[in-house]
Design a protein around this ligand. Structure first.
Ligand SMILES: *Cc1c(COP(=O)(O)O)cnc(C)c1O
Length: 420
């Protein structure tokens, strides 16, 4: 459930009419609903109330400070994959102990920053990384709290580009290397192994791959304990999908996911950690664009909007499907059109053969389910400005990131002296 609904024929974010926001900040813009974010977090957290659980929001899904603070206020921690994301989480008010640092390529500089910041946990993805982290932790004067991210060799059955748990994917310690790595970690002076973690992919719409991966992890925890390791943390990653196209995909409800997780892991007595990103933020945001013109050729009708693949990469990168709605509710005839952006790439397509009413220049369109991996993946390709982000809250809205300016864009390049 979200808070983007038609009221008197106009699409609103909570109680704010989208045309009002468009008039204030221009188009395109991202718009989030504070109530939807809050609701999604609470529904998920509630599903796990039976055992101590820390929910670390995956910052890469949406790193806006206002989004992070909304979640931090509710008790969320942060799953981060770079120094920049750690800095964002800290700036948003996430306590350092609730910050997890994941990723296959943490640099020494990033490790030092994380150690200095006192973050709660490093999810280590290779034996090589363990050695480096140990050195940095010793230099810092302590031990790093570490979980081993295991590659369970499970196919998430999601899109190829967002599956992460197969043995040929770059993520996690290979299954057969987990026990040797854990043994090695015991003699490394800068490492304290506290648990295991896995994350098998994103936008999973079935429970089975999770179940298969978690069963392997449970088995592993027992083996590690039998080997004398203290395993107190179980971090099961993120990945639960959302209904982008509710006619086609019905992902499991958080409550069903939680039941499956608890049935498998509760008896271990571990502290549970989860790292949802998309599930919390995905349907809490939309992208609003204005129609530039409708181009009719003998073969196709193209509705060309002022947002492009640089603003929302998912359709071009993952063939992702986003529902496209006219901001002014239409009852008339609809016909199939291709909704495309202005970027000079054939891949700059938001939707093919979508049924939409006749769109006039200046009309507004909304792309649903853009709160995760939307703004956070945006670029300035084609020298297009990063678009603003707005958060609606009741009948008010706040600009939580202003549109980039052309001055800032030009000022970030510099001309070498020999060209002056
Ligand atoms: C991307 C990622 C997540 C979040 O995935 P979602 O599909 O957005 O829930 C969680 N943990 C790790 C390690 C990730 O890389």
């Amino acid at each position: 459930m979200d808070h983007f609904t038609y009221q008197d024929g106009i699409l609103h974010a909570e109680h704010v009419p989208l045309p009002e926001i468009a008039a204030s900040v221009g188009t395109p813009f991202y718009c989030y609903s504070a109530a939807t974010l809050t609701r999604h977090y609470q529904v998920f957290a509630e599903a796990f109330r039976e055992i101590p659980t820390l929910i670390c929001f995956a910052v890469k899904a949406n790193g806006n400070l206002a989004v992070l603070r909304t979640l931090a206020r509710l008790g969320a921690g942060a799953d981060t994959v770079s120094e920049g994301e750690i800095r964002k989480a800290l700036a948003a008010g996430v306590p350092p102990q609730k910050i997890v640092f994941s990723g296959v390529g943490k640099t020494r500089g990033e490790m030092r920053f994380a150690l200095k910041s006192g973050i709660g946990q490093f999810n280590v993805e290779s034996p090589e990384e363990l050695e480096i982290l140990s050195e940095e932790a010793v230099a810092h004067g302590g031990k790093a709290r570490v979980t081993i991210r295991v590659n369970p060799d499970v196919d998430a059955g999601s899109h190829d580009k967002i599956s992460t748990g197969r043995k040929t994917d770059k993520f996690g310690v290979a299954w057969e290397s987990v026990l040797p790595s854990s043994a090695r970690a015991r003699v490394l002076p800068g490492i304290r192994i506290v648990g295991v973690t896995c994350h098998i992919g994103s936008q999973l719409t079935k429970l089975e791959p999770f179940r298969a991966a978690f069963a392997r992890i449970v088995h592993l925890v027992k083996e590690l304990r039998a080997g004398g390791h203290t395993i107190e943390v179980l971090d099961l990653g993120g990945g639960l999908g959302i209904p982008y196209d509710s006619a086609k995909e019905i992902p499991p409800l958080p409550a069903d996911y939680a039941r499956m997780v608890l049935d498998q892991v509760q008896h271990l007595g571990c502290k549970l950690m989860l790292e949802p990103g998309r599930l919390i933020a995905g349907n809490a945001g939309i992208l609003v664009a204005r129609v530039v013109l409708t181009k009719r050729t003998p073969h196709r009708t193209f509705v060309i909007v002022d947002a492009g693949m640089n603003d929302l990469m998912r359709p071009s990168l993952y063939d992702a499907w986003h529902e496209i709605l006219p901001v002014k509710e239409a009852n008339g005839d609809a016909s199939p059109v291709d909704v495309v952006g202005p970027v000079c790439e054939t891949a700059d397509v938001f939707g093919k053969q979508r049924l939409l009413p006749a769109m006039q220049p200046g009309d507004l369109l909304a792309f649903r389910s853009c709160g995760a991996y939307g703004a956070s993946m945006a670029s300035t390709y084609n020298a297009r400005l990063l678009v603003p982000e707005v958060m609606a809250h009741g009948d008010a809205f706040h600009i939580i990131r202003a549109r980039q300016s052309y001055e800032a864009m030009l000022a970030s390049d510099s001309i070498p002296s020999w060209l002056e």
